[in-house]
Design a binder for this molecule. Structure first.
Ligand code: NAI
Length: 320
């Protein structure tokens, strides 16, 4: 049996921890020794209203089980206050699980600025504000773990969720850069793509599936990703039903659309080559922006050699 993974001496902030997924994370972290900040605004699923009840109930449950927890009722937009609660109560912060979430579904045609902004505020800006407040502590102590919660709606799209999809994929972009900025300081950022039965999904998922998709089955994945012995960084981890897998973007090997460096690209060149542009049979992942730029430089070199070989042919023809 491997040794039990513990969080003794660690301080974990879980946003939106008063219900659903966040609640199960808070309970699991606390049961393994972490001091937990249980943040929850106590709003309804659209983000309206507020209440201290849900965060208080989770804190009470943790304390009854012998664990350590404090409540925080701020919106994630006031991330600095959430981190302040961690510092004041426990003197440090080691992990931020950005989990708080709401929905404001409507078709793109009917989407208002208010519906767009509410979703971006909670999911994208709220995750940024909370993480940014913890970041200086992470960098200074050379240890920190961040989770951003994305969604299949972000990765693949979903009718009526243009606001949510955009914000959720925005978190992937944010994580990509934080993973790079934190890497050398042992500050690792990963993205979680969960599917779970909760009040957010109760009218979306079929009842049988909803009941099977237990948040408890997702919490251990978050727990492992945030553990000091986990070296995962910059990954997108999808998980549900006791299954987990890693997702990433891949790019086709593509196709050069012109003969040489001095040639232009016409719309017809694009049309003629389109099937090669989108052929994914030898698609691969590029691991960094440097690799992507390096590939572009490779295309220039290939085109230059095309240029020089056609120049040589021109020269031979001219000499003769
Ligand atoms: P939930 O509605 O059960 O829990 C979300 C919690 O966040 C609520 O307790 C709510 O009061 C709190 N909250 C909302 N706005 C807040 C704010 N501004 N500040 C602080 N707390 C706030 O939802 P669930 O399903 O547990 O979702 C958790 C996260 O997982 C969300 O980010 C959601 O978008 C994401 N997610 C959930 C999926 C699912 O299948 N349940 C699928 C994909 C993503």
């Amino acid at each position: 049996m491997p040794e039990q993974l513990r969080y003794d001496g660690r301080v974990v902030v879980v946003t939106g921890a008063g219900a659903g997924l966040g609640r199960t994370y808070a309970l699991l972290f606390a049961s393994r020794g972490a001091s937990v900040v249980v943040n929850d605004l106590g709003s309804n699923r659209h983000g309206d209203g507020s209440s201290t009840a849900s965060a208080d109930a989770v804190v009470q449950e943790i304390r009854q089980n012998g664990g350590k927890a404090v409540a925080n009722y701020d919106s994630v937009l006031n991330g600095a206050n959430i981190i302040k609660t961690a510092i004041e109560a426990f003197g440090r912060v080691d992990v931020v699980v950005n989990n708080a979430g709401i929905l404001r579904d409507t078709s793109f045609m009917k989407m208002t600025d208010a519906q767009w902004d509410a979703i971006h505020d909670v999911h994208l800006k709220g995750s940024m504000k909370t993480t940014q407040a913890a970041w200086p502590y992470f960098i200074k102590q050379k240890y920190g773990r961040v989770i951003f919660t994305s969604s299949n709606s972000g990765l693949y799209g979903n009718f009526g969720q243009s606001n949510y999809s955009a914000a959720k994929l925005g978190l992937v972009g944010l994580a990509n850069t934080l993973a790079i900025e934190g890497a050398k300081k042992n500050v690792y950022t990963n993205v979680l793509v969960p599917t779970a039965g909760s009040r957010l999904t109760e009218d979306i998922l079929p009842p049988d599936l909803h009941d099977q998709l237990k948040p408890d089955l997702i919490a251990p994945v978050v727990f492992w990703l945030c553990h000091e012995s986990c070296a995962e960084n910059g990954s997108i981890i999808e998980t549900a039903l006791g299954w987990a897998g890693k997702c990433h973007l891949v790019r086709s090997s593509g196709c050069v659309l012109r003969q040489n460096l001095s040639a232009n690209v016409t719309p017809e060149n694009v049309q003629e080559n389109w099937s090669k542009v989108i052929d994914m049979t030898s698609a691969k992942r590029l691991n960094s922006i440097q690799e992507a730029t390096g590939e572009l430089l490779g295309f220039i070199e290939n085109l230059q050699s095309e240029n020089s070989s056609s120049n040589k042919v021109d020269q031979v023809l001219t000499n003769n």
